[in-house]
Write a new protein. Structure first.
Length: 396
């Protein structure tokens, strides 16, 4: 049998029992070829892009991560919308805007209601039951009044983290919705470059209008996201890709709403929203509720019952804890009650005109002092007995 060669690199395999005078030269040549290829591989690895906090500033590291992390906050799932079926609702409130002036309110987690109304106008959003979504929930946006002013508007939408992930790509948007009167909705894709330093000006990338019906329909739209390589993002790393649904818009907002115009006295009901990096929409993606909650906790979290405290005087206690998963940035930390209840020494104590002070937060933890108690024993531990009284907010 004659000499043979290996499959990938054609290294010579000397014939067994032959090549008595040549096998050494053949093996030496093979080893030289292997050495050369190993060096090429090693150089390729060394020259590839590696981002570490040691070689770059934290800001540069996170910006690099935006470029290479296609799915950002959404852990590799197709749908880039967080809480797309409105299941997570930590704030528990249903915003209602009325009267003259502009208002912005978070509703279910990650979703904002924004409006600028005239006297006598109202805009509200509530959760409603659904027979289609896994947990039987949707949202209904109701608009009533005249909304005749050029600057009046009403919209509902979400800010999506890591806008660089969408640069130069096509995204498909799917919205399952209906309305009471068959009104139009303007679907806007918007890009903000954040704050800090000298960021580029935020801009509408594209807006497309759909005419709803009185029965649920899956509306599918495609948007080409312009390349952002010539843009500058802010140093605060709070840029976002916005998906905004406009229900009414005066002439001031024509460029953003595709001249939608004013609409009122209608209710739009939405059961699901999906945005994916794709030239066409795919099937609805349903993630486990536990995963959806973790995604929401990156931006906003309420804590309370069971959280540890440590009494630092007879009237004040220190509250502290870790945040897992980590939040998007060091969150704002507030107390949303003036009468918290804590367990202590086998009993309990209710605060009066309690306030939170001396706070410090990171993405991974928090602490602060709550005042307004009586009869605490310094050095003794305890825990909070009131639900959802600690608010940690790192929204975009």
């Amino acid at each position: 049998m004659a000499d043979t060669t290996t499959t990938n690199y054609a290294l010579v395999k000397p014939e067994v029992g032959a090549s008595d005078d040549t096998w050494g030269a053949k093996i030496n040549t093979d080893m030289d070829d292997i050495d050369t290829q190993m060096k090429v591989n090693a150089d390729g690895v060394a020259n590839s892009v590696h981002y570490t906090a040691q070689s770059k500033t934290d800001a540069e590291t996170l910006l690099a991560r935006e470029n290479i992390d296609l799915y950002g906050q959404n852990f590799g799932f197709r749908n880039q919308i967080t809480n797309p079926y409105f299941q997570v609702h930590q704030r528990t409130t249903s915003p209602s805007h009325s009267g003259a002036g502009a208002d912005v309110s978070y509703h279910v987690d990650r979703w904002q209601l924004a409006s600028s109304l005239g006297l006598g106008d109202t805009c509200s959003v509530t959760r409603v039951t659904s027979t289609w979504t896994p947990r039987g929930l949707g949202v209904a946006i109701t608009l009533s009044g005249t909304l005749s002013g050029a600057g009046n508007y009403a919209l509902y939408g979400q800010r999506i983290e890591f806008p660089r992930a969408f640069s130069g790509k096509t995204v498909s948007v799917k919205i399952r919705m209906k309305s009471g009167l068959g009104s139009e909705v303007a679907v806007e894709l918007y890009r903000s470059y954040g704050t800090g330093g000298s960021p580029s000006t935020a801009e509408t990338l594209d807006t497309q209008k759909v005419t709803t019906t009185t029965g649920f329909v899956d509306y599918e739209l495609q948007f080409d996201v312009p390349d952002d390589s010539a843009k500058t993002y802010g140093t605060n790393l709070d840029g976002y890709l916005g998906l905004f649904l406009w229900f009414s818009a005066g002439s001031t907002w024509d460029s953003r709403s595709d001249t939608l115009g004013h609409q009122a006295d209608d209710t739009w009901t939405i059961e699901g929203v999906q945005l994916e990096i794709s030239a066409r929409s795919t099937d609805w993606e349903f993630r486990p509720l536990s995963v959806e909650e973790l995604m929401c906790f990156r931006f906003y979290r309420r804590l309370g019952r069971g959280t540890a405290v440590y009494h630092i005087s007879s009237t004040s206690t220190r509250v502290y804890g870790t945040l897992q998963p980590p939040m998007r940035e060091a969150p704002a930390f507030t107390l949303n009650t003036s009468a918290p209840v804590i367990g202590t020494g086998g009993g309990s104590s209710t605060g009066s005109s309690s306030a939170l002070s001396g706070t410090a937060t990171t993405e991974n933890g928090f602490y602060g002092s709550i005042s307004g108690f009586t009869g605490l024993t310094a050095g003794q531990g305890g825990f909070i007995l009131t639900d959802d009284i600690l608010v940690l907010d790192a929204e975009l």
